[in-house]
Ligand binder design. Structure first.
Ligand SMILES: [Zn+2]
Length: 312
């Protein structure tokens, strides 16, 4: 007996005294009820298909993640747990700091400091296009409040559509120029026409911080940093999530900043660290706080795949 027949039998048994019906009426009734049941099943089928589709989609993302995952340092259970924590953190926070290092630009074809061993050319920078990880983040941030903090000079966040006023580029960016002597603490948009400093007539250079750079003009960055500090103070009570991507340990400016905030405001700051080489978070930050509140997640993966796997 099919499930359908069973349902039908049960239906009649409980609701009707079929002995009162003529054989024709009984047949009609069975036919109509059958139609109703079929309709009901069909209406549920849509929902069921939708559910299966979602499951399949989720599975393909997860499978993709596993295929590309190098789990030499983390067990599978850990990875699942870290993914779960990351998703939860993304879901429960409204205030976001996106903190990135050279690993974030890598998938847009810009080599990391460590990977290249040389500085990139301005042609490489101008030609670089933001990869889809930027779009994932932008979509995620559309109903959030955010700041971007990056040591990258490639302007990829601005190219992708992030608010320039909320993007703090700690090492400057290649799109602005300054006087080689930094005579005025002013910077200028990079255009072909402007070759010399309008203040003193000396040469202009990109407003990018080099190693041991005494003449770098840091004024633009300072202004935005102050704005961000103020914003952090305002939002602390409401809690802030740092999504840190591709910040290595060789020039760990941004990485240190995340940990500094975590150390200073342990109850109010959470951190998702995405890094294929150095995903670790110091033990002192891994403990549970406030009962079961989760405050960190580490993902040993490149930017695009990691974001694809955790963003809603
Ligand atoms: Zn000058």
């Amino acid at each position: 007996m099919s499930l359908e027949d069973k349902f039908l039998l049960n239906f009649f048994h409980n609701n009707f005294d079929t002995s009162l019906l003529s054989p024709d009426e009984l047949e009609d009734m069975i036919r109509n009820t059958n139609k109703e049941i079929q309709k009901h099943i069909e209406s549920q089928q849509g929902k069921y298909d939708e559910f299966i589709l979602k499951e399949k989609k989720l599975k393909s993302v997860t499978d993709n993640f596993w295929e590309n995952y190098d789990n030499s340092n983390m067990s599978n259970t850990n990875i699942l747990w870290e993914l779960k924590k990351a998703r939860k953190l993304l879901k429960t926070h409204k205030n976001i700091i996106i903190a990135t290092g050279s690993g974030m630009s890598q998938e847009s074809g810009i080599p990391t400091f460590r990977g290249s061993g040389k500085l990139f050319s301005s042609k490489e920078l101008e030609g670089a296009v933001p990869h889809k990880g930027y779009q994932f983040l932008l979509d995620y941030c559309k109903d959030k409040e955010y700041f971007v903090l990056t040591s990258n000079i490639d302007c990829l966040f601005n190219k992708a559509g992030f608010d320039e006023n909320r993007t703090v580029e700690t090492h400057g960016n290649y799109n602005r120029l300054q006087c080689v002597k930094n005579c005025s603490s002013l910077t200028y948009p990079s255009t072909k026409d402007m070759q010399k400093c309008p203040e003193c007539g000396d040469d202009l250079r990109p407003n990018i911080l080099m190693l041991g750079d005494r003449y770098w003009c840091s004024k633009d960055v300072k202004v935005k940093e102050e704005k961000m500090d103020k914003w952090i103070e305002e939002k602390l009570e409401d809690k802030i999530l740092i999504i840190e991507i591709g910040c290595g340990i060789h020039i760990p400016v941004i990485r240190n900043y995340s940990e500094l905030l975590l150390e200073k405001y342990p109850e109010n700051i959470s951190l998702i660290r995405i890094n294929p080489d150095y995903p670790s978070i110091p033990d002192k930050f891994l403990r549970f706080r406030q009962g079961n509140r989760v405050s960190t997640s580490r993902l040993e993966e490149r930017c695009i795949l990691a974001l694809q796997s955790i963003l809603p």
